[in-house]
Design a protein around this ligand. Sequence first.
Ligand SMILES: [Zn+2]
Length: 473
Amino acid sequence: MPYETVIGLEVHCELATKSKIFCGCTTKFGGAPNTHVCPVCAGLPGSLPVLNRSVVEYAVRAGLALGCQITRKNKFDRKNYFYPDLPKAYQVSQLYQPICTDGYIELAGGKRVGIREIHMEEDAGKLVHDPWEDASLADYNRCGVPLLEIVSQPDLRSAAEALEYLEKLKAILEYTGVSDCKMQEGSLRVDVNLSVRPAGTDVLGTRTETKNINSLRAIARAIEAEAARQTELVEEGGHVVQETRRWDDDAGESHAMRNKEDAQDYKYFPEPDLPPIEITDGEIERIRAGLPELPEAKKRRYMGQLGLPEYDTGIITGSAHLVRLFERTADLCGDPKEAANWILGEVLRLLQATQTLPEDMAFDLDSLAKIIGLLRRNVINRGTAKKVFAEVFTRNMDPEAYVKEHNLALVTDGSAIRATIAQVLAANEKSVGEYKGGKAQALQYLIGQSMRALKGQAPAQEVTAILKELLDA
Ligand SMILES: [Zn+2]
């Protein structure tokens, strides 16, 4: 019997606010342990939380960009559980009235994946396990960093759909400046809820929740492994146990962590220290008016303006960082098409070759336009331009200084080119004879030899022209 996979995703993203959700401590990543901490975020008795206004603003921004309804009156609840990284023994979150509900993300084929809700909550600290001392240490720097939890409907059916959903969600959160979405720093974390059922039925099977997945590639692998595990189990007549599982990407398998708690296990109750939040229509409209152009709209505009295919445009608009590079380059060089070609060509090639994410590109945004300028003014040729860009990409050099320093500018002195080509012809009498006998390939060979003699630093068109002129003389 064929089985169908049903996937829902819970995405936690850390907001890009400067300070924490209920106190003035910094949200900066890292720092010496327990240096970004005050009585409020450490949960000392008697301390009281004060809500950071920009957290609400960011949540509304994310909700509007994701097509959600905004809950005009929402409030916080306490989720009670004890864990050493949570000094208060409860997490302030939203269960009963989350700030956003009922949004969606549209996949390329037109399928809409529902977003059930978005709620605001506080992050917990981190435990550092020290095998040398055989001890676990608590670092509370991350306590109280604001989070949005974005909960999808169980609308996804494959790892590919889940990846597309996440890529689109990440792009929207980056475009709107809600989060930097750095998975390697934990600012974007994904839990996968997955069940299987006989294809064609619509009853949901028992689901598991897989945690601890920290890259998009690992998420795809975890989904495929868990779907296969559950299908095999059910086909053998077994039952899936509702539980939380931990993904081990190195081993390519997951392990049961604990039985999954339900909401009632947490004994949620309304947070008494924080008043309800009221958001007016005026505030919502002000935030809506401040939203930037979003990926889909940008894609359609680029397609119309640049005449680029949808696929190529989608690659650029799929990352806020590629968009920033594209717009800056197009702006400076005045040639959006050439800027797009470089991004789809060399930039993507180098990102892939060096396993770099667009958000980690460290070179100056003006550099690519400078290289295009050098190319256009015939200071360097295309081959050299690519080499210079590779240097810029890995070492953030100034392209103009680099070309000068390494003597990469083209030889534009016509008489010097002519003299070198004459030497090449003298040394290749056999090929010259073949060319005169009508063999077209001989010309290609002579062009290659001439370019080599000129160290690739002469304009190819000019070399060909002079070569033909000398051969036909
Ligand atoms: Zn604090």
